[in-house]
Design a protein around this ligand. Structure first.
Ligand SMILES: Nc1ncnc2c1ncn2[C@@H]1O[C@H](COP(=O)(O)OP(=O)(O)OP(=O)(O)O)[C@@H](O)[C@H]1O
Length: 373
């Protein structure tokens, strides 16, 4: 659906002159410096994908989006949207493309929302019946009724974003580019925009490329994320793979049955197999936490084998994880999932006593992104 091959964009910017009126003099002198905003970026996006495009300020996101929409022409490389060049075949691309910029509107400021839709439908040559049906659907999905007759300037930010989304979708595009669609919105408004976008992608199959600084947008919506940094593509893949690649630790909180007493001795051995089996079912089945019922089952056998049914953490142990906390009821550990599997770690922990509950916290996505930037 979208194919980008080795695109670069270089701007020629005036060289700043020193001293008083430097900026003015530099314009006058005509001295220019080349600045590469996007360097040799390639990717393809298949029909129906929901892809996040992120990067720090000035990384080259907007410049890329402008090249994808045909506003800017790449210095080198090529862009195809549904097989068409956005620069040379603008009309063909415009018919298939919707664009929403969170920071500015494509609606007419002083006109009622409905009038903007009439103008846009005429511009995109949407037949009358299609327009009526489409607007009906969008009104229902986005709750446009409450402000259809209101001038755009009087809308709240959340209402304006809903109105803008409808405007971008009136001509039923296959592809939607979104630039900061939730910027400045409150929690409820963000939630309603995200749920609409999810429906649009999953139920109507619209291909979406989302640029945002809001990592919750990315985590909740995108199956794939591309990271651009200093004009170059630094990562392209799933969020899960990104977590692994960065290697931030997974935090695991283990609660044992009983107080911190007893010994590891023979109970430890039983624990290895008992917890291994229990952990398997629990992790795959429950996802984030191994339920206490599973723990009790596994722990039951440990308890029976353990000296007193209590637990104790040995002074030393071998392994690719770190003990970061210890309380009356359990321990907190950090493990790097690229070097040790959670299962292996639980096997070791199981040798310390009967496990009642295990809770896992994946590294925060925000932290991962800071690592890349
Ligand atoms: N028209 C232009 N002329 C000269 N330099 C430009 C122009 N447009 C962008 N740049 C420069 O190119 C680089 C990339 O800018 P771009 O706007 O693409 O970044 P961005 O990732 O969208 O940033 P932000 O998150 O702040 O919007 C920046 O250094 C910017 O100053």
């Amino acid at each position: 659906m979208i194919s980008v091959t080795n695109i670069s964009k270089t701007f020629r910017v005036p060289v700043a002159a020193e001293g008083r009126f430097g900026a003015l003099r530099s314009l006058w002198s005509g001295a220019r410096l080349e600045k590469t905003a996007v360097r040799d970026v390639s990717f393809t996006i298949e029909r129906g994908e929901f892809v996040g495009y992120i990067g720090p300020n000035g990384a080259g996101k907007s410049t890329t989006i402008k090249m994808l929409t045909g506003i800017l022409h790449p210095t080198s490389g090529s862009v195809r949207i549904a097989g068409f060049s956005p620069h040379r075949q603008r009309t063909e691309v415009a018919r298939r493309l919707g664009v929403v910029f969170g920071q500015r509107t494509q609606l007419w400021w002083d006109l009622p929302v409905k009038d903007s839709y009439d103008i846009l439908a005429a511009m995109y040559k949407v037949p009358g019946e299609d327009k009526r049906r489409r607007l009906e659907e969008l009104t229902e999905l986005l709750g446009l009724d409450e402000f259809m007759q209101t001038p755009v300037r009087k809308l709240s930010l959340g209402q304006r974003m809903r109105a803008d989304l409808a405007a971008a979708l009136l001509h039923a595009p296959d592809v939607l580019f979104l630039d900061e669609p939730t910027i400045g919105l409150d929690v409820l408004a963000k939630r309603s925009i995200r749920s609409f976008l999810q429906k649009l992608n999953r139920e109507l199959g619209v291909t979406i490329l989302l640029t945002t600084h809001d990592m919750d947008d990315i985590e909740q919506l995108c199956s794939r994320v591309m990271v651009i940094n200093r004009g170059e593509l630094a990562y392209d893949g799933s969020i899960a793979a990104l977590r692994e690649r960065i290697g931030l630790p997974t935090v695991i909180r283990v609660t044992f049955e009983g107080a911190g007493s007893g010994s590891v001795s023979s109970g430890g051995d039983v624990g290895v197999s008992g917890v291994g089996a229990g952990g398997n079912g629990g992790i795959v089945g429950v996802g984030e936490s191994v339920g206490s019922s599973t723990g009790v089952e596994a722990g039951g056998s440990v308890g029976a084998g353990g000296a007193s049914g209590g637990w104790s953490v040995p002074e030393r142990w071998e392994g690719a994880f770190r003990l970061t906390g210890r309380t009356d009821s359990g321990v907190t550990l950090e493990c790097n999932r690229t070097t040790i599997s959670v299962m292996d770690m639980l096997k070791t922990v199981g040798t310390w006593g009967p496990i009642a509950d295990v809770h896992m916290e994946e590294p925060d996505f925000e932290d991962i992104i800071h690592r890349i930037y």
